[in-house]
Ligand binder design. Structure first.
Ligand code: FAD
Ligand code: EPU
Length: 438
């Protein structure tokens, strides 16, 4: 199917250009003198602007369709003086042509460090490059794999299609009322760098999520969480390019259907979107989250009224360094399994046979079990098998000692799943995305 978006238009009688990216999104290039552009990104959040954009699309606003080639020829004829869109839509940085590489080793692009070649690979830096990559994949019938930081994937084999690595950078403060901020961040930014930057600036709310590897764009995929906070607690909206139509669409909080390590992008909307930017609501006076026992013990030497958001982020980093392996030294993808959630009846059955099982009551009456405890009790903690094994400080983490293959790690994972089922009657589900050629 041909891409429906973007559509390129020119306002008759002027030199103004529009790249319409979806029913609610357009980028306007407004001439400034004879050599420069002012670039505005428009999101039609209210009805009048939606109608304006619809009219622009339907030629009711004296605009005419132009080809992509004419659009970019005209854009290149001037320089961009000022842009309200620093996040790589159609800004000066965003109109280069896609670079495609062949037979790229993905081992350094993923934290598990498994050897796997991709036939075609591209790093995208703008929405436009995302669309170019989608077109290239569609025209050649290449199966597409989106990669951020590669910290939550296990590659089972070579990838025979195309990998699109998200590299859209940038950050903008869209609103700041003195306490609350709306901050939008390019999907290709590093998550941990965002957290450090926010802590530095006093934009609080993300500090418990320090040191989680990966990209900003992947953070809503599984609603990343740690130490009592999940990304959904600070998420406002995201924008994503539709993999079939090229349309840019905004998903608000409700539309993402967040759950524990879940979102709509792993369920109903799986493999349909490329997330290009994410907006967060941060607060200078955000409450501190210190319920987690380990954070309390880390900070017990400080007078409670003096504890800052930076203290919490540093405590979280110390705790994480003490038990999670550093992927730069030992390949891993964090927790390999989710903590299982059981209904009250199933939980009572496990509890009656294993009174010490570590569990947490959830709203609605169900219970979450500590999968790390189940795996440790089943005797797997610290076990090495071939080139892979179970981490000796955190049994939820499978590790690659250097030469493990995806198959080898998956065989270990399935043996653990079988064993935990046999010993506890509990079914473990992988948390890490299993990447297999379909
Ligand atoms: P990738 O691994 O590149 O991709 C993950 C999935 O998202 C893939 O299916 C991919 O196709 C898809 N995807 C990625 N980017 C996009 C995009 N822009 N658009 C559409 N789809 C996309 N996670 C936690 O929640 N909490 C933790 O405490 C935590 N600790 C970790 C500790 C370690 C040492 C490691 C290695 C991992 C840990 N993780 C944790 C898991 C991981 O860091 C997160 O899931 C992270 O969000 C993955 O980001 P990524 O950019 O590396 O995604
Ligand atoms: N436990 C054991 N043995 C182990 C590991 C854990 O008995 O080998 C017990 C601990 O003693 C503790 C309980 O299990 O009582 C929970 O352990 P921990 O606090 O380490 O957290 P977790 O449930 O194992 C989850 C997330 C982590 C996140 C931490 C901190 C999942 C699947 N994992 O781990 O996320 O960092 O909580 O909030 O929810 C990830 O998703 O990749 C990840 C690392």
């Amino acid at each position: 199917m041909m891409m429906e978006y973007p559509q390129f238009r020119m306002l008759e009688g002027t030199d103004s250009l529009y790249a319409i990216e979806g029913p609610r999104h357009a980028v306007e290039f407004q001439p400034l003198g004879s050599t420069e552009w002012l670039v505005h990104a428009h999101f039609a959040s209210d009805y009048p602007r939606f109608v304006w954009l619809q009219e622009l699309r339907e030629e009711a606003a004296q605009s005419k369709a132009i080809s992509k080639e004419v659009f970019f020829e005209r854009v290149h004829a001037r320089t961009v003086r000022e842009s309200s869109s620093k996040l790589g839509r159609f800004s000066a940085a965003g109109i280069e042509t896609l670079t495609l590489e062949s037979n790229v080793q993905l081992k350094p692009l993923t934290t598990f460090g498994v050897s796997s070649f991709t036939r075609h690979h591209t790093l995208v830096r703008s929405d436009e490059e995302v669309r170019q990559a989608l077109m290239a994949a569609e025209q050649s019938s290449w199966e597409l794999l989106i990669l951020g930081g590669g910290s939550n994937v296990l590659l089972h084999s070579d990838w025979e299609g195309m990998t699109l690595q998200q590299g859209i950078k940038g950050m903008e403060v869209l609103n700041d009322d003195g306490n609350c901020l709306e901050v939008v961040v390019g999907a290709g930014e590093s998550w941990h760098d965002l957290v450090l930057h926010a802590v530095e600036k006093g934009w609080n709310g993300l500090e418990n999520l320090a040191l989680i590897p990966g990209s900003v764009g992947a953070s809503p995929m599984q609603n990343i969480g740690a130490y009592g906070v999940e990304v959904k607690d600070r998420f406002l909206w995201l924008e994503a390019v539709n993999r079939k139509t090229g349309e840019l669409h905004r998903f608000d909080h409700a539309a993402c259907e967040f759950g524990y390590r879940e979102s709509i992008f792993k369920q109903k909307e799986k493999n349909l979107w490329v997330i290009v930017r994410v907006a967060f609501g941060l607060e200078r006076n955000a409450p501190l989250h210190m319920d987690y026992g380990a954070i309390q013990s880390e900070l017990q030497h400080l007078p409670p009224q003096e504890i800052t958001h930076r203290d919490v982020s540093e405590a979280v980093m110390r705790i994480r360094r003490s038990k999670l392996p550093d992927p730069a030294k030992l390949g891993n993808a964090g927790s390999f399994f989710k903590n299982p959630i059981l209904d009250p009846k199933a939980f009572q059955e496990v509890l009656s046979n294993h009174p010490n099982v570590i569990h947490y009551p959830l709203e609605g009456g169900s219970f979450k079990l500590a999968a790390g405890w189940l795996i440790e009790q089943a005797g797997w903690k610290g076990k090495r098998r071939g080139h892979c094994g179970v981490h000796d400080k955190q049994a939820l983490v499978l590790v690659n000692y250097g030469k493990a293959t995806g198959h080898e790690i998956w065989r270990l994972a399935t043996d653990i799943i079988d064993d935990v089922r046999a010993q506890f009657g509990v079914e473990l589900q992988p948390e890490v995305n299993q990447i297999r050629v379909s």
